[in-house]
Design a protein. Structure first.
Length: 293
């Protein structure tokens, strides 16, 4: 059932399972020596996972799969909050029952997934709320933890954000170094279009002259890099002058802080990309209270 949920959410269940297996192998290379020493092999218990702060949860299905991986059919998971659900401090987000040793062995790995991914979802939801009423949408980036990209981008979706490209292969993104190497924004854009005519292409610009050049050749996706709010507003106005057929989608990026979210969105950009959603997010606090019997 959990595997079906993950697949429906756009995750590869086999890849998720592989991530769980790696995490468990890292945490339990042989056995959980403390639990083996202090808890009888036939002891049974139950645990309540509760949110210790308000936010949006994600990764609880993965946490449930951790317990199933450790204990198989001996564990029962109930009352699991759906990923993307808003919770308040004190809300129960999941219950587990089964062998006490197994619950404690799986606890930290399960929480590592759920707490981190809920942190991403909660941060994303805050940005979404800050942009409410504007036309801008929040995007993630490729600034993800190695090996966790699909999971972190899933959590962004749980928080109401949109995913940018997943890799260097599914979409072309012409950055400043590409521009230098190619000899200009138009030269770089034309080179990508010639090599990959069916691929989406976005080009980064730092000033209005580069923006004009790209609009003249029909570039449909342009990233405004490290621009002031005023310059972004001028870029939006320049783009709108081209009329519906000639306009590009504009993305604001580069060191954007949450305090600037609203003012940047009100310039009229289409997207705001935020690397901090994944590269430096605060984990969400979920705790386990165990009872035996």
């Amino acid at each position: 059932m959990v595997r079906d949920e993950l697949e429906a959410a756009g995750l590869d269940p086999d890849e998720v399972q592989a991530a769980i297996d790696r995490a468990l192998a890292e945490d339990v290379p042989t056995e959980d020596v403390t639990s083996v020493a202090t808890i009888s092999a036939d002891a049974m218990g139950s645990g309540v996972f509760a949110a210790r702060e308000a936010g949006v949860v994600a990764g609880l299905g993965i946490a449930a799969l951790v317990f199933e991986t450790v204990m198989g059919e001996a564990v029962t998971v109930t009352d699991r909050a759906g990923d993307g659900s808003r919770v308040a401090a004190g809300d129960v987000v999941m219950r587990v029952a089964g062998p006490t040793r197994g619950i404690l062995t799986a606890e930290r790995t399960a929480l590592n997934f759920a707490c981190h991914l809920s942190g991403v979802a909660t941060a994303t939801a805050a940005w979404v709320a800050a942009l409410e009423g504007t036309s801008a949408r929040v995007l993630d980036t490729r600034k993800t933890l190695p090996g966790w990209r699909a999971l972190q981008k899933y959590a962004v979706r749980c928080g109401g954000g949109l995913n940018h490209r997943m890799s260097l292969s599914d979409r072309a993104m012409v950055k400043d170094n590409h521009v230098v190497a190619a000899g200009g924004v138009v030269a770089a854009y034309d080179a990508v279009r010639a090599a990959y005519p069916d691929l989406r292409v976005e080009v980064e610009v730092t000033d209005l002259d580069q923006l004009r050049e790209l609009l003249d050749v029909g570039c449909q996706e342009i990233l405004l890099d490290n621009m002031s709010t005023q310059l972004m507003a001028e870029a939006v106005a320049l783009n709108r002058m081209r009329g519906p057929a000639g306009r590009a989608k504009l993305e604001a990026s580069g060191g954007l802080t949450f305090d600037r979210a609203r003012e940047v969105a009100e310039t009229g950009v289409d997207f705001i990309s935020v690397g901090a959603l994944t590269h430096s997010v605060k984990v969400f606090d979920i705790g386990l209270d165990l009872s035996e019997g």
